[in-house]
Design a protein around this ligand. Structure first.
Ligand SMILES: Cc1ncc(COP(=O)(O)O)c(C=O)c1O
Length: 375
């Protein structure tokens, strides 16, 4: 049995309430003195939400501790943390701060994009399956969403999307690489497609998994924003930066559009999240480590699926979509009983599973459970 203690166990055994000097002494202990909840043998392995098992980075943790003392400050857009982060992102993508909106997770940007489409009385065009935050929110405002199924390789069918465009479509939503499939639309196809479509509607490219991509041909669609096309790109601190619980995301577009959108955002950022992101976006080593470990974990499942004859899609993200050959809900329940939490159903692919990667050393638990459940 492991003699490591999780933070929660330590807190409950020592009877400590989170406050005052107790909190300070808790934080002053190195976080490495504790095992994460996952490292204890009884905790289920989380392979369902595309989280980063390594995050936050040490540099982000340090910035967060410092930001505790600034929690009395508002995070207005003229404030130091917001301004610094906005400038940093602008500099990293080769644009000005006015091209950047910071939001409460990129979900807020996705929803705001749906909102501005609704305000124009427009419709949305998107491939299917894909990430649903934008389209679901659009539907709550009675915005019509036109879906275009992926092709037989589960890649975006760009010619079919092109055929579906009408004058009512005001937003085309493209996730690259896509969730839940993990597929990448190649640069030489995506770039001309976006350029052409941007003459007819706002092209929204969701690059939540941008930092995980290692394909040398890959390039961000931010270059189209730089060239003045009607394109918006979103990014997030939730994935490789491991800050999902702090809710920091970005919209990148023409300053006029960013201004229009920012006036309609309803969330605000917190000081801990802004400072954590500011540190993490400068921490190249941490991102490199996470990319490497993620690739190791993917190699593990690719080998397992190849050996057991399971179809899977080579992934450009931190999850792998694979064919279970049995109803996903049944697979999910059986895996949960073995202590492994896997992704939800993605209709119409109801016998496929989206499996988020975890640390390579925990992948064995998935492998053992998979062998048991698959027989
Ligand atoms: C493609 C995509 N976009 C956006 C998000 C939302 O992330 P967040 O709101 O945490 O930035 C996710 C989360 O899983 C995602 O997969």
């Amino acid at each position: 049995m492991s003699n490591k203690m999780t933070r929660r166990q330590w807190l409950s055994q020592s009877g400590i309430a989170l406050g005052g000097t107790a909190l300070a002494s808790y934080w002053s202990m190195s976080h490495t003195a504790f095992a994460s909840e996952q490292e204890t043998s009884h905790a289920p392995v989380r392979m369902m939400y595309n989280e980063n098992p390594y995050g936050p980075s040490e540099t982000a943790r340090k910035a967060m501790r410092k930001a505790f003392d600034e929690a009395n400050l508002y995070t207005f857009s003229r404030g130091e943390a917001y301004t610094k982060l906005r400038s940093l992102i602008a500099q990293q993508v080769g644009l000005t701060p006015n091209h950047i909106a910071i939001s409460a997770g990129s979900t807020e940007i996705l929803r705001a994009a749906a909102l501005i489409t609704a305000l124009k009385g427009g419709e949305v065009l998107a491939p299917h399956p894909t990430f649903l935050s934008l389209t679901r929110y659009a539907e709550t405002m009675s915005v019509k969403v036109h879906w275009v199924p992926v092709d037989e390789d589960l890649q975006f069918d760009l010619p079919a999307i092109r055929k579906k465009i009408t004058k009512n479509v005001k937003l085309i939503y493209l996730v690259n690489p896509n969730n839940p499939t993990g597929t990448l639309t190649p640069y030489d196809k995506l770039r001309p497609f976006c350029e052409e479509m941007a003459k007819k509607a706002l092209v929204f490219v969701d690059e939540a998994y941008h930092e995980y991509v290692t394909d040398p041909q890959y390039r961000s669609m931010v270059e189209l924003v730089r060239e003045g096309h009607n394109v918006m790109v979103s990014r997030t601190a939730s994935k490789i930066h491991g800050l999902a619980g702090l809710r920091v995301g970005f919209g990148i577009a023409d300053p006029k559009l960013i201004r229009y959108m920012r006036m309609r955002l309803t969330g605000t950022n917190n000081i801990i999240g802004l400072n954590a992101a500011l540190a993490s976006y400068q921490d190249e080593d941490f991102q490199k480590l996470c990319r490497q470990k993620n690739n190791e974990a993917k190699e593990y499942v690719y080998k397992l699926f190849t050996e057991t004859g399971r179809r899977y899609l080579p992934s450009h993200t931190n999850f792998v979509f694979f064919h279970t050959g049995k109803p996903i809900e049944e697979f999910q329940d059986a895996m949960e009983k073995q202590g492994v939490l896997v992704g939800r159903p993605f209709p119409p692919y109801l016998d496929w599973c989206r499996l988020s990667m975890t640390k390579p050393e925990w992948m064995g638990k998935f492998g053992a459970a998979f062998q048991k459940v698959m027989g």
